[in-house]
Design a protein around this ligand. Structure first.
Ligand SMILES: CC(C)(COP(=O)(O)OP(=O)(O)OC[C@H]1O[C@@H](n2cnc3c(N)ncnc32)[C@H](O)[C@@H]1OP(=O)(O)O)[C@@H](O)C(=O)NCCC(=O)NCCS
Length: 503
């Protein structure tokens, strides 16, 4: 056990305690009364909750965020029993009490020392290629259960949220850890978002140049450049230098402005004037309006909003991990979002929906589906919109979007269903045991196409919602940061070779 214990009083401010934890290099403090009796414990996880809720650490009190009446152990308890208590409840620290008074604290680290186990960071571990199945962090944002075909945001099923809430509620949930409790709270959040979605003049001025660059036009590249400019213009500071309130403010602004930037860049490239957001339209309706210049059919707006909600977050996917890695260096939020957009642009991640639709076009008719798909897989091609690193059953997003696509109807739907059936059959035959089914991208393309979103804006539309997830992860990473810096296994020619002279 460790002694003396770093303690706090219930009325002390969280900011003071955070500093005390840093000074003493501990991950928790025990909250005691005047008689040294344990009344609570405050851990890094509580700090994380506080930061995620956007609360001000300089005014919040320990008593408001601590876990009251924590489990304790007596000093006579042996190490194995203490270890079992920690493991069983998922605790990292447990106070030791003697005669009712605090006498020490046992941490996982203490017990590992007893067991002569080296801390994980002192050892080199071999991990599978692509980090498959490797757990790299604790998160309270959400998770994916691949074998069950289930994913969730915080404690709610993401599909249930998409079917029952507007996107602003889910955004609120991702940032603050809870859903808005009242209509007034929802409206306050939506009003804040509305004020932030206009593009500042200094950024608007450079958008025409960004939109003109490159042939062909790659809207996601343009968005990446514009977000970088936006962060610089708003003066985003390194995450390591700002408090959670300022970082939260940066995150709100970026998430609000991304849809406006996407539409403005695309219109400029097509010789059209950008359209300002309309305050009387709901989120997806406004997005389609800024893109198309007309108010969308309500069913199209509803379908796009469901799609957007369903793609806000999805575990430690490549772009989310990228955002967290960049944040772990203490870089500013703009840098993390720009990096995440870069990761999303790859076809193995976010770049697939337009390719899936392209495949539909190439196949053309139902009777050509099976031979076309078979030939493609035999050639070693990947069928876009099929397979997933985590899901080994139906992707729940694909199931929901298939339902949405069916409600919307349209000429592509019947062909899509046929291709899905044929592709699952061909993949099962030619790639047995890989369990490859449709992923989110297959029906996403059908839905977006039906709602009039041009193909080149499919992946940017994905980014418009995923930015909310990235930012929730950035806030979480910054609140409990440690530099993410793994190792690599060197497999080149054995060093040191003498450096040869030039010939
Ligand atoms: C999503 C994806 C990148 C996941 O890849 P992963 O977990 O790394 O899987 P692997 O690349 O290890 O593939 C495992 C096997 O299944 C095959 N496979 C995976 N997805 C496939 C697909 N869409 N079409 C054909 N074969 C596929 C691979 O060829 C490999 O076969 P092998 O064992 O004979 O070499 C992959 O399924 C894919 O490329 N899908 C198409 C692109 C796509 O839809 N992206 C959007 C993702 S949401």
């Amino acid at each position: 056990m460790s002694r003396p214990v770093v303690t706090a009083e219930p009325a002390e401010r969280i900011a003071t305690i955070a500093q005390r934890m840093r000074d003493n290099k501990v991950g928790s403090v025990v909250v005691v009364d005047h008689d040294d009796r344990v009344i609570g414990i405050l851990t890094e996880r509580d700090m994380l909750r506080l930061a995620a809720a956007g609360s001000d650490a300089s005014t919040a009190k320990v008593s408001e965020w601590m876990t009251a009446d924590p489990d304790t152990v007596a000093s006579g308890v042996d190490a194995t029993a203490a270890f079992a208590r920690l493991a069983e409840h998922g605790y990292r620290h447990i106070p030791v009490v003697d005669g009712g008074r605090l006498s020490g604290i046992v941490s996982m680290r203490d017990l590992m020392r007893v067991a002569m186990i080296q801390p994980a960071d002192a050892q080199a571990h071999e991990v599978p290629k692509g980090l498959e199945g490797v757990v790299v962090a604790d998160t309270m944002v959400g998770d994916v259960r691949g074998l069950e075909g289930f994913y969730h945001y915080r404690e709610y099923s993401a599909v249930d949220l998409a079917k029952s809430r507007p996107i602003e509620d889910v955004w609120f949930l991702m940032f603050s850890g809870r859903l808005p409790a009242t209509l007034a709270e929802r409206e306050e959040f939506a009003a804040d978002k509305r004020t932030r979605r206009r593009v500042p003049d200094a950024v608007m001025e450079v958008l025409p140049a960004i939109a003109r660059a490159g042939e062909p036009f790659v809207p996601l590249d343009a968005l990446r450049t514009a977000v970088s400019q936006y962060g610089a213009t708003l003066g985003f500071r390194p995450s390591i230098d700002v408090d959670s309130v300022e970082l939260h403010d940066n995150a709100m602004s970026v998430c609000a402005v991304v849809p406006t930037l996407i539409c403005a860049l695309w219109r400029l490239r097509n010789g059209l004037e950008p359209i300002a957001p309309r305050d009387d339209l709901a989120y997806a309706a406004n997005y389609l309006y800024m893109m198309q210049g007309v108010e969308p059919e309500p069913e199209y707006a509803a379908a796009v909003e469901k799609y957007l909600i369903s793609t806000i977050d999805h575990g430690f996917n490549a772009s989310t991990f990228t955002a967290r890695v960049i944040t772990s260096t203490g870089a500013d939020l703009g840098a993390a979002v720009v990096g995440a957009i870069g990761a999303l642009s790859g076809p193995l991640h976010g770049g697939a929906p337009s390719r899936a639709l392209q495949m539909l076009d190439e196949i053309g008719t139902a009777d050509r589906a099976e031979p076309w798909l078979r030939a493609a897989v035999e050639r070693g091609d990947r069928l876009m919109g099929f397979g997933h690193r985590v899901y080994k059953t139906d992707d729940p997003r694909s199931l929901m979007l298939r339902e949405v696509a069916e409600q919307l109807g349209g000429d592509k739907m019947e062909l899509a269903r046929h291709i899905e059936t044929a592709a699952v059959k061909v993949l099962d035959e030619l790639k047995p045991g890989r369990r490859l089914y449709t992923n989110v991208e297959f029906y996403a393309g059908i839905v977006m196409d039906r709602c009039g979103i041009p193909r080149e804006l499919f992946t940017p539309t994905f980014a418009a919602s995923r930015v909310i997830g990235w930012c929730a992860h950035i806030l979480e990473q910054a609140a409990d940061n440690r530099l993410i810096r793994p190792s690599a296994h060197y497999v080149g020619p054995p060093p040191p070779e003498p450096v040869p002279p030039i010939r």
